[in-house]
Design a protein around this ligand. Structure first.
Ligand code: TRP
Length: 446
């Protein structure tokens, strides 16, 4: 089937906590774009890229969770897009290596980020490559792998990433030329710079950025922290009653990025009519908090239940890997690394060699009672919701042992949902249906 949709792909490096500028500049427009009927969107957490900039494991781990929760809280329809974590797609680093082998070193020498490091070193009169890792040097190749793996047509990014897109095209063309023999393995991606998308000013009027320490938090610290930040926005010294110039006011630029046209026009008129900065900031806070509060609630409930985020990401990875595995095997073949057909992999049988059978294992986590279904070889097949007491969890397990699986399961896209008496017991990727049915059937025989 010919796919006429435009494939849009973008990633966010997971090194920090998202702030209002990240939301308005990247997350909100991406979510809006993903709702268009002709768009097939791929959004991911660039956590391999994070390792280039950040050697603090706790921070990387936290950031990838926070960023995933922010996308979801912001209204991303994860069933409708492909939403995943880079490090869950082993074909990406595999492709990265194939691309590394066709990328001229001279091309990487010209990368802005690398050149900036060299220039700083020269200015400090130290070795030009001081502190430069191979990760930083080959950053654009990994980014090319992200993009080319899914044959993205459009890549919405900030201006600082334009060169990386040019490099991805160069690398794609080189690979196509060297190995394609008439076949274009890779689509040439185009950069998409959105001029309508708000670049928010920070508290001091420079671009809102963690490195300038001028951000308004999105969710962190709740509405209190948001209010405090808004009150610190720099203004001129005009007094209440004096007319203000909206076009030079950061308060106004922020307001406009979130309000509708009418609301913006009346705010503008109020400033020109002498509205005091204190009241203007209060109005900005009320506007922002009104938009952010419902998302903040969703964010907090997701962060309190990381398992839910994990399930969504695993389903996303499964979806993404259908494509990446297929392309990767064609690419391996193209470069002469065809894999022999795997014949050794046996389907998991009800009883493993050690004589173990599939089993249900219950446990407690944070005051909730869960259970897992493990296959005979110990792999986790299902992870239940949390129930309020062990008795309810026990009833759910009993239902799985007694009722035919097809009476309990309904399908929703790629997801299979298991309900007992109207209560959700668990969800799993539809792909896992065969091993799950097999394991449950074997429980029922016991
Ligand atoms: N380099 C991008 C940034 O820092 C993040 C990123 C990684 C990315 N891989 C990507 C963006 C692929 C778009 C496509 O903003």
């Amino acid at each position: 089937m010919q796919n006429t949709k435009i494939r849009v792909l973008t990633g966010i490096t997971t090194t920090g906590t998202p702030h209002l500028g990240n939301y308005a500049g990247a997350i909100r427009p991406a979510i809006e774009a993903s709702r268009q009927p002709n768009v097939d969107a791929y959004f991911f957490m660039a956590d391999y890229h994070a390792l280039i900039k950040c050697e603090d494991p706790a921070r990387v781990a936290r950031s990838r969770l926070e960023i995933a929760a922010t996308w979801l809280a912001g209204g991303l329809d994860h069933d409708n897009v492909t939403f995943y974590r880079q490090s869950d797609i082993p074909e990406i680093p595999e492709l990265c290596w194939l691309l590394t082998c066709v990328t001229p070193k001279g091309l990487m020498n010209r990368a802005h980020a690398y050149k900036a490091s060299v220039d700083q070193n020269l200015a400090r009169e130290v070795d030009p490559d001081d502190g430069v890792t191979m990760g930083l040097f080959s950053y654009p190749v990994l980014m090319a792998a992200d993009i080319l793996m899914f044959n993205a047509n459009k890549v919405p990014v900030g201006r600082d990433q334009v060169q990386h897109l040019e490099m991805a095209r160069d690398i794609a063309q080189r690979f196509n030329h060297l190995y394609g023999q008439g076949r274009e393995y890779f689509v040439l991606p185009e950069v998409q710079i959105d001029d309508d998308v708000a670049t928010l000013p920070g508290l001091d009027g420079r671009k809102m950025s963690k490195s300038y320490n001028n951000t308004i938090p999105l969710f962190e610290g709740g509405s209190k922290a948001m209010r405090q930040a808004v009150m610190r926005i720099v203004t001129d010294s005009r007094q209440p009653g004096e007319p203000k110039d909206p076009d030079s006011a950061h308060v106004y630029a922020l307001y406009r990025a979130f309000a509708g046209a009418d609301q913006t026009a009346s705010f503008r008129a109020a400033l020109e009519g002498g509205l005091g900065w204190g009241e203007a900031k209060e109005a900005l806070f009320v506007l922002l908090d009104g938009i952010v509060a419902p998302m903040r609630d969703r964010y907090e409930s997701l962060m309190a239940n990381p398992r839910q985020i994990e399930d969504i990401l695993q389903a996303g990875a499964t979806k993404a890997r259908k494509q990446s595995a297929e392309l990767m095997s064609a690419l391996r073949e193209a470069v002469g690394l065809r894999q022999p057909q795997a014949s050794t992999a046996k389907p998991a049988s009800a009883k493993s060699k050690s004589g173990k059978a599939a089993r249900l294992v219950s446990f407690r986590e944070a005051d909730r009672f869960h259970f897992r279904l493990l296959a005979a070889d110990g792999t986790e097949l299902l992870f239940s919701e949390g129930f309020e007491n062990p008795k309810v969890a026990g009833q759910m397990m009993a239902a799985l042992r007694q009722q035919p699986l097809d009476q309990l399961v309904t399908l929703d896209g790629d997801q299979a949902l298991v309900h007992v008496n109207g209560q959700r017991v668990c969800t799993f990727a539809q792909e896992k249906m065969a091993p799950v049915s097999e394991a449950i059937a074997s429980l029922q025989q016991d």
